[in-house]
Design a protein around this ligand. Sequence first.
Ligand code: ADP
Length: 746
Amino acid sequence: MEADFPTPSISLKEGFMENVLDKAPFGFSLMSGDYVVEFANDVWLEIAHKTREEVTGKNLFDLFPEAKDQLITLCENVRESRKPFHAPEFCIKLERNGVFEEIFFNFIYHPVYNDDGEFLHFVTVAMEVTEMVGIKSKIREDEERLRLATESSQTATWDLDMETHEIIHSPYLSQIFGYSHGEKLTQEQLRSHIPETEIIDVVDKAFKKALETGIYQYEAKLKDKKGQEKWIFTNGKVFFDDEGKPKRMLGVLQDVTERKKSEILLQQSHHQLNTALDATKLGLFEMNPITQEKYNFSPRFLEIFGYDPETEIIDSHIFEKHIHKNFAETRVVALQRAKETGDLHYQTKIVLRDGSTKWIELYGRLLEATDIRKAYISGTIRDITELKNFEKKISESERKYRFLADSMPQIVWIAEPNGELTYFNKSTTDYSGKSYDEFIEENAWLEMMHPEERKENIRLWAKSVRTKKPFFFEHRFRNANNEYRWFMTRAFPELDESGNVKKWVGTSTDINDMKKMEQQKNDFIKMANHELKTPVTTIKGYVQLLKKMRKDSEDQFLVNSLNTIENQVNKLNILIGDLLDISRIESGTLPLNKKTFSLVELVTETIEDIKASEQSHQINFELMHASDIEVFADKDRITQVLNNLLTNAIKYSPHVKTVNVKLSADHECAIVSVEDFGIGMDPEELNKIFERFYRVSGDDEETFPGFGIGLFIVKDILEKHKGKIWVESEKEKGSQFFFSIPLSKN
Ligand code: ADP
C-alpha cells in the first residue's frame, strides 16, 4: 500500500521539515487531490482525536463523514479558484470521543501546484479556537447583558475617540435625543441639541475639568429633535495614553427629566412654603413627643418668644419657662390628646422675659417613624395677641350692642340676606310673652302679627329681600295679654362692597298711641271745622249783607272795615277748608266731584276773583292755545289749586308786583303756569315744599305767614286727577310753578 502513496513534496521528505511541522503549535496536514491524507502532524491528530495510523493514507471523508458536505464544496472552490481559503472561527461538527461537538477552527486551505501549474496538494492549517470562540461569545453575551441592563435602566452608553471625535453610542442614546432607536449620531449632532448657553456654562466647563481630573460629569438641558425639553446627566471617564494624552472617553448618559422636574417642583414648593411661612409669620419647632423637648427653632419662633435669633440660643424647655401659669393645665390636656390623635393644638398666653404677655396659637402634627423613638412632632406657633385683643374688643362691642338692643323699648331684629330672622332683642320676648327659642325656631313672628296684615307683610318683605330695598310696613302685633297694638316696622339692608346684603337690621316701633292720637286729632279737626264753619259762614253772610246795605255810604271807615272783615273772613274760611282737606287727605276721604268744564274759563274767572280782592299785583294772563281747553275734573278743587299758586305768587313777591299766568295744552294734557319775580327758592327746597307743613326756613320766615299745607293739598288734588305739579325757581329771581291735568276725552 505504502508504495501507492503519492510522493510528498521535496521539502517534506527532509526529516528536518517533517520534524518542525510535527512540533508546530498548529494542526497541519497534507492531502492529495482526491482527499487522501498524506501527512498529519501531532497537533492535527490531537485536534482530530485520531492516531497517525488511523489517518495516514485514508480518505478525509471516510475519516469525518459528518463534515463531508461542508468541506467538499469548500475544497473544490479552492482547487478551482486556485486561491487559499481562510476560514476564521470556522465551525465544524466533529465526533470526538463518541460525542458530537461544535469545534471552531481558524482554517486555511491552501492549494499547492507544481511548476507546471498542476494541482498537487491541499495544505491544511488548522488551529482550534473553540475555547477562544467560547470566550468571545461569552464577552458578546456579557456585552449584550450590559447593554440590556443599561437600556432598561434608561442609561445610554457612549465611547468618544478624543482624536477623531468619532463617537460610538448605544442605540438608546439616539432615543434620548429624539431620534429613532439606534440611529447613528455624530458628536456635532448631539451637541446641536444643547442650547448655546448650556454648552458654554456646563458642557465645555465639564469637559475642561475632565481633562484635568479624568472624570467627566454634568447635567444639562437639551431640546430633542422633536422639540421636547429634556434634562440629561452624563458621567464619563477619560483614558490617557502613555504620554498622558487623552485617547478615549467612555461614559453613560441618562434622561433625568422626570427627576429634574420633581426637583424643580420640590424647589418651588420649598420656596412657596417659605413664602407662606413668611407671610403667615409662623414660627417653627420640632418636639420629641415622649420627653416634650423642643429643638430646631426657626428665627421667627425665637422672635415670638422675645429672643434675638442672631445672638441667643434657647433651651429645649422653652415652653415650661414661658407659659402663663393659668394655661399649664390647657397644655397638659392638649399634649395628652396629641398622644392619642397625633394632633397638637392649643392657644395659650406666654410671659416674656420683660414681664409682658403674648397670646400664641400652637399647631403640631406627629410625624410617625418606624422606630417610635424617632417619631417627632413638627409644629408651628403664631402670635395671636392682636387677634385676641381684637376678639375681645369685638365681643365687648357685641355685648355692648346686645345690651343696647335689649335695653331699647323698640323691637329689634336681625335677618339673614335670604330674609330668615335670626336675632330678636329682649323687647320682642317681653312684648310677646314668647321665648327667644320660639322666635328662632318657630313661626312666632308671623303668629304675633294680626292675620289681616300677614299676607301683605309677607309680600312686602319678599319684595324687599329680592330688591335689597328698605322695608316699611305698619302692622299690629299681639302682646302677652292678647291685645293688638300698632307697630311701624322698618328694616334696612347692610350691604357689602359689592352691593350684596350682609344682614338686615329691623326695628318695630310701637305707634299705637301715636295712631290713636292722630285719629283723635283728625276727629278733632273735623269736628272743629264743622263747629268753626257755621259761625264763619254766618259772619261772612252778615258782612256781605252789611256791605250791600252800606254800599253807598260815605262813611269811609265803615266801608273799609267791612272790606277788611270780609277779606279776613275769606282767609279764615280758606284756612278752615285747608285743615279739613288735610284730615280728609290723611283719612283718604277727600271727595272729588268731576265734570267737564272749560279750563280757559276757570283760569280767567279765578284771576278776576283774585284781582277783586288783591289789587297789589298786576296779573297777566296769556292763553297759548288756539281753541278752548276742556278738562274732566273737580272744578272747585282745580280753582283751589290755581288760587293757591296765585296767592303764593303774590305773597312771595313783595317787591316786583307782576304775576304771569299761562295756559297751554298738548294732545294729552293742559298745562297752567304761574310765574312770579319774588324771593324764589334754593334748588334743594324745590321738592320739599310739597310736603305737609314744610316751609322754607330763612330770615324772611317771619314776614310770610302760613302753615305750609297749601302745596301739600295742591299736590294731592293733582295726583287724584292724574296730574302733576313742578316748579322752577331761583333764589331772589322768582319762581314758576306748573301744573298739568289730563284733557277731557270726548
Ligand atoms: P305756606 O305758603 O302756607 O307756607 P305752602 O304749602 O303754600 O305753604 O308753601 C310751602 C312753602 O313753599 C312756603 O312756605 C314757601 O317757603 C314756599 N313757596 C311756595 N310758593 C312760593 C313762591 N311762589 N315763591 C317762593 N316760595 C314759595
